[in-house]
Design a protein around this ligand. Sequence first.
Ligand code: NDP
Length: 309
Amino acid sequence: MKVLVTGGSGLVGQAVRRTCPQGTEAIYISSKDGDLTNYNTCNTIFEKCMPTHVIHLAAKVGGVLENSKFVGDFFYKNMQINLNVLECCKIHSVKNVISLLSTCIYPDSGNVLHPKDLHAGEPHSTSFGYAYAKRMLEVQSRAYNQQYGTKFSCLISNSIYGPNDNFHLESSHVVPAIIRKVYEAKLSNSKLTLWGSGTAMREFTYVDDIGCAIWWSLLSREDSCTINVGTDKDVSIQFLASEICKILDYDYSNIVWDDSKKSGQKERRSDTSRFHQESGIRCVSLNNGLKLTIDWFNRNYPNIRGISL
Ligand code: NDP
């Protein structure tokens, strides 16, 4: 067994490395090893690595702001990467592929999110380019399974956070953005403005739990149907900010919420019951996950992706 991990340098890729079962041979690649939007480059990587299994994480990823500003780029690049990677997996007879999708690609319905409803409506307008490209990854996996008898499966995760995240002020997700802003407001002893009303509800999963979910799915699951993975607890962005303030010892009453800025979907609750029942994986609490992340942030600031790197 030889596992190729695309996107191996990213937030999730590094957690997949930390949680890799002992004795498993895995190769981690990033854009430095080749641009997967280019079919020939992608094929050369597969010829060189000859993987039997693939964990496909490489993607153009960003927060609400970037996703809505560069909606066409998010669509085109993610379509290219996914088309090339799965096609190469098929050509090179890869036995098993796990691709990671995000709950932000679900229809903007307000219902509890379940994989059977993935294509049952428009995604939220803020990230529809990214969302449709990721939905097509699920379509391509299913189509290849049906026609070629492959075992390509998709996991859908809610928001992921942890060490090695992107902390850039324009392109980061909500957890790293708030950690950085609170940390820097405390350093400069100033008040802090956060985007949106803070009332949107979200689920946040610590990244190593996603690493474990991916390995469980690759090594132990029999079927290839799409399932949700991650925590089953949702919290408001205001609650998230208050937890971060407590850990960083910053006065929460100094925060002003700017609701002229986009907040994205109001609510996004996913049904992760099947994942919890079948895998037995118990996700760490938000408080413990935030402590681990902030501890890493404190030790590495400012030599962090999106700050000085
Ligand atoms: P990151 O942005 O941290 O990492 C992206 C990875 O993809 C990096 O290794 C990057 O390489 C690589 N990459 C990007 N473009 C290319 C390219 N053109 N060719 C080759 N490699 C490329 O993302 P995450 O770790 O957060 O996300 C991983 C996966 O998880 C994605 O598929 C994402 O959609 C999914 N996901 C993420 C969630 C989240 O909250 N972060 C939630 C749910 C799903 P390099 O470092 O060299 O740029």
